[in-house]
Design a binder for this molecule. Structure first.
Ligand code: PMP
Length: 383
């Protein structure tokens, strides 16, 4: 049976039936009072998940559009910016900033490791004219969570604004926008927020507004000052993605009903079980456990196994889709996502299928050893 798919990739992720149903509501006018009410409610709920008092904008684009909006509104040609590259998405921020004419100082950390704050501290001290620091909270390409709290404390002592990509953590991990002093926090719909692709979210702090007001980079669709003016009237500058807003309200309601703390705990537990399971099979994680992501686990593929063959076997024989590595990690790692609409059973099923697929691909995995480790985590028998 081909159409039953266990989607365990880091986005797009499975969308709950409640959210799908909400999106099938009749279309309403985007300038109607009813839609303005919806924008008002959604913004309030989004702020709770963002843990912020700042405005949060909903943009009709994928996550990269949110990254571009943040950049286009802050960077003037010739501005000095610091980009922290711990993987493909940190690298992307550098690419976008360069397109907007920034003088980009990129610090590349070895992929699989987290940001070294001492390096950032030195850079900021040596270059007080840095206008913006770009970082990734949860680096999806390597399964690494960066210490944004620590970074926020550092950047806060400087004039620079802190722009963070939380595309693959928002709605699944603890993302404390205000407490961590993040000036612009970007996220996207198709990951832990349990929606189809198509929306990006961007929060903006008072410190960032001061910079945005001085910005003269060419931009039209992603002009955040225009978006701010509209949001003041519970509106958007251009046609809103009406159906996705309905879905967004449903997904935010699900998160808030479960309780943000419980959602965060669930993701921690699923990640812990996944890590225990793969290690129980003798596999190695890419990142160290202390900064491993709670939404996606990156696993080094054993030498004897061809990653593409492993992924193909998982998909074709067991209907489980996992992700491979990107860029320099292509062929070296595979990634199991456990974000959004994900449960303990999803993890058990994926690990069970992985055990069989590994055996079919030339790695003698001890059948049941991974599933057992995950079960022990779920039963509370592993600290
Ligand atoms: N940042 C991170 C951390 C991501 O995981 C992704 C998507 N994989 C993006 C940015 C880009 O988002 P999109 O593909 O929606 O443009």
């Amino acid at each position: 049976m081909k159409d039953k798919l266990y989607l365990m990739i880091p986005g797009p992720t499975p969308v709950p039936p409640t959210v799908m149903n909400a999106m099938s509501k009749p279309i309403i006018g985007h300038r109607s009072a009813e839609f303005a009410d919806l924008i008002g409610r959604v913004t309030d709920k989004l702020k709770k998940v963002y843990q912020t008092e700042n405005e949060v904008f909903v943009l009709a684009s994928s996550g990269t559009g949110g990254m571009e909006a943040a950049t286009a509104n802050v960077v003037n040609p010739g501005d000095k910016v610091l980009t922290l590259n711990t993987g493909k998405f940190g690298e992307r921020f550098g690419e976008i900033a360069a397109k907007y004419g920034a003088e980009v100082d990129e610090v590349k950390f070895q992929w699989g490791y987290d940001i070294d704050l001492t390096v950032v501290e030195e850079k900021l001290k040596a270059n007080p004219d840095i206008k913006a620091v770009f970082a990734t909270h949860n680096e999806t390409s390597t399964g690494v969570e960066n210490d944004i709290k620590g970074l926020g404390e550092l950047v806060d002592q400087h004039q620079a604004v802190l722009i963070v990509d939380a595309v693959s953590s928002m709605g699944g991990m603890d993302v404390r926008t205000d407490e961590w002093k993040v000036d612009i926090m970007v996220s996207g719909s198709q990951k832990a927020l349990m929606l189809p692709p198509g929306l990006a979210f961007v929060s903006v702090s008072p410190k960032a507004w001061k910079v945005i007001e001085q910005n003269n980079s060419p931009k039209f669709y992603f002009d955040l000052l225009k978006a701010k003016k509209s949001l003041g009237k519970n509106n958007t500058p251009y046609t809103s993605a009406v159906s996705l807003y309905n879905g967004l309200e449903a997904s935010l309601d699900m998160i808030l009903e479960e309780g943000l703390d419980n959602v965060i705990k669930r993701h921690k537990l699923l990640a812990k079980a996944t890590r225990a399971a793969v290690m129980g099979l003798g596999l190695e994680l890419l990142p160290a456990q202390e900064y491993a992501s709670d939404t996606v686990t990156a696993i080094q593929c054993p030498m004897a196994v061809d990653v593409n063959n492993l992924r193909k076997t998982l998909l074709e024989k067991y209907n489980v889709m996992v992700a491979g590595g990107q860029a320099e990690l292509k062929g070296k790692i595979f990634r199991i996502a456990h974000m959004g609409y994900a449960t303990k059973t999803d993890v058990l099923l994926t690990i069970g299928a992985l055990e069989m697929a590994l055996n079919k691909c030339g790695y003698k995995a001890d059948l049941g050893a991974g599933v057992r480790e995950a079960q022990l985590v779920f039963l509370g028998e592993r600290d």
